[in-house]
Design a protein around this ligand. Structure first.
Ligand code: F6P
Length: 365
């Protein structure tokens, strides 16, 4: 048996722990393991395919990043290929990928990725490649699993930043707006914001009303609380408005969201007269050592992915459905993207632990 492992999309703390566990579990069964470098690029001749041995995965479980490297521009079904005039054209190279995998004697692939990479994994499975997925993303926006690895670490990083912002914001009587990742999901903002006892949390699932945000800040001002921390998810948007996008995506890359933190800081300063600053926490959330929770979850996912291969669960991904890790069809998991449920107890608690219930959007008082 010869299996291959790839890591695709944005990196997330815990990727190396999945690789380590999958390699060790496979070697324990007497299998051979190959690592495909840089998403699927290694199978398209644009990077390497390397053997993975016990030595290669020694001492990597606690490290951020991925020893296999990754990309969010390597979709083999629409692969950006540079043309002689310097422009890019998207080409379907999936047949070539499957052929190359066959020539390398790969019997099964463990594809570790977020919704984009898992969708590709499903499409490859439909074309005959034997694939098992492992859900990864700091955004926690993949359905079918209670959580993805990487999310807990991202929340811990955001929380540490919030704790630090509290002291400087209070010293200067300032409003500090911190923008966190999550794309179209507000999990990082909601979890870190509530745990960090911030004053306003804005998430894409609950469009906000700027008047109410400013009202909440001025209400605190009247009560002698002269500083505020606002946590905003990068995909948050005002009611009736659109999310803020960044201009510079590369060929083959999804549209990038962001910039809302800076915009809000300007608007809040204009309306309240309070001094505002903004901070984009950015890729710090993707870096660093995975938390104990993420390390354990990632290790369990790696071991379970090898078990899923043994059981022939092609087209499935491993998922946490507490207390167990179970295989679920990738297609089922991708049917609906996971989003914050406005009726979830975390949202209800965020509202109820807020004096005027203005912390999360403002329309529900
Ligand atoms: O999906 C993970 C994520 O970190 C999002 O939260 C964020 O919008 C995006 O990736 C950023 O991607 P990039 O690596 O292209 O900056």
């Amino acid at each position: 048996m010869r299996i291959a492992i790839s890591t695709g999309g944005g990196d997330a703390p815990g990727l190396n722990a999945v690789i380590r566990a999958a390699v060790l579990s496979a070697l324990d069964r007497g299998w051979h393991v190959l690592g495909i470098r840089k998403g699927y690029a290694g199978l398209l001749g644009d990077d390497d395919v390397v053997p993975l041995t016990r030595d290669d995965v020694r001492g990597i479980g606690h490290l951020g990043g991925t020893i296999l490297r990754t990309t969010n521009r390597g979709n083999p079904f629409s692969y950006p290929v540079r043309q002689p005039d310097g422009s890019f054209r998207e080409v379907d190279r999936s047949d070539e990928l499957i052929e190359n995998a066959r020539n390398l004697g790969i019997n099964a692939l463990i594809a570790i990725g977020g919704d984009g990479s898992l969708r590709i994994a499903h499409q490859l499975h439909e074309k005959g490649l034997r694939v098992v997925g492992v859900p990864k993303t700091i955004d926690n926006d993949v359905s079918g699993t209670i959580t993805t690895f990487g999310f807990d670490t991202a929340v811990a990083t955001a929380l540490e930043a919030i704790d630090k912002l509290h002291t400087t914001a209070e010293s200067h009587d300032r409003v500090i707006v911190m923008e966190v990742m999550g794309r179209h999901a507000g999990f990082i903002a909601l979890h870190s914001g509530l745990a960090g006892a911030v004053h306003v949390i804005l998430i894409p699932e609950i469009p906000y009303d700027l008047d109410k945000v400013c009202e909440a800040i001025m209400d605190r001002e009247r009560r002698g609380r002269h500083f505020d921390i606002v946590v905003v998810a990068e995909g948050a948007h005002p009611r009736g408005g659109a999310e803020s996008v960044l201009g510079e995506s590369l060929p083959g890359q999804e549209r990038r969201v962001g910039g809302i933190g800076q915009r809000l800081a300007v608007q809040i300063q204009e309306r309240t007269g309070k001094e505002c600053r903004s901070l984009v926490l950015g890729h710090l959330q993707r870096g660093g050592m995975p938390t104990g929770y993420d390390r354990l979850l990632a290790t369990r996912f790696g071991g379970a992915a090898v078990e899923a291969i043994e059981q022939g669960k092609w087209g499935h991904m491993v998922a946490l459905q507490s207390p167990h890790i179970v295989p679920v069809p990738i297609l089922e998991a991708l049917r609906e993207p996971k989003r914050v449920d406005p009726n979830h107890d975390i949202v209800r608690t965020a509202r109820r632990t807020d004096r005027k219930s203005t912390r999360l959007n403002s329309s529900h008082t």
